[in-house]
Design a protein around this ligand. Sequence first.
Ligand SMILES: [Zn+2]
Length: 415
Amino acid sequence: MPLDPARTVAELRELRELTEDENGAQRVAWTETWERARGWLRERVASSGADEEFDEAGNQWFTVRGGDGPALLLGGHIDSVPNGGWLDGSLNLLAGVEVLRRISDDGPPPVDVRLVNWADEEGARFGRSLFGSSAAAGSMRDQAELAKLVDRDGVPLPEAIGAYGVSLDRALEARRQLEGAGAYLELHIEQGPVLESLDLPLGVVLGTFGVERSRVTWHGQAAHAGSTPMDKRRDALAGAAKLALAIRAIAAEVGGGAVCTSGGVVCKPGIVTSVVETAEQLLDQRHLDAAELARLRTLAEEASRRFAGEERIDVAWERIWSIEPILFDDTLVGFADEAIREVSGTSHRLPSGPLHDAAEVSRAGIPTVMLFVQSLRGLSHTKLEDTRPEHLELSVSALDRLAARTLDWLAGGSR
Ligand SMILES: [Zn+2]
């Protein structure tokens, strides 16, 4: 079948009918509604003639057989958060189905073309995101902790996934799916406001942000709120407050899309009649460039020591979590730019704040790129999530052009 992007929009609406209630999408992984959605997806793919296979991590693979050589992978996730939107994850898959149809219509492809429906991207039921893709990438290393997770109703994770034939002991065997993969492409809604603010339908994702999370503990002296003159105070909160504002200028100085958030401050003793003795401040800093991310943290540390001096208080830094930036493949970023320019005239490159399955695949060493399509009002993970139908159609066309270029590249043995 020739590419028919309008069919993708119709199928997204059909999935919505099948798996939404008045509060939004309810395709939470490891539930009956999710299973119904997977069965429905199977029926949609059938017209492409692809074979279906489930791997040990619960990922659903569809393969259109082609010649020998590194396979082309397209991916998405049909699971949603509770009360989720109609496009997050499912657009990727249904656009991929349309591309599979077009490719199989053209005759056997030069290499295998595979569409993967990753299991439990959202982690909505057990609080662990990227389950299936991290298993396939081999980066799932926390089986012991996963085994202890229980859902809201007290059902343990091993029991819930066991009902779908998945066990933690064998999940990493899904790694064989990425052996022999040549490239991975993922279309996703932006889930943010950037493309809408630029009035552009589509963008190329350069990679996912690296993250530095720190606990900054300020220590002063508790003192009576009535009897302590202003110039005699050692107020821990003053340091936290100065830093919370200073990170704005630091993000602006470093630039390149840097974001910094002072997400919370806990004060002790925390009563209205005392100067604050300790203030524990949580800081989240993100950048696409590892060196610039390090600079964000260094500049904030330097500023904090200056504020500690001004306020005659102490400050201590502790790293609570970090992840390196993940940069997508240069060649594929170039192909994505060309594909977007062909269908909509102008391309734009942007980083992704959220992590995606694509980041796991990229970490596994597979050349990867993502396309973003504009999200209205930047909303996602809510039933208000939306994208204009004409933009959805453009995104299907762009993914198809990108897939065609990538197939040529893989078939040409140029890598
Ligand atoms: Zn998603």
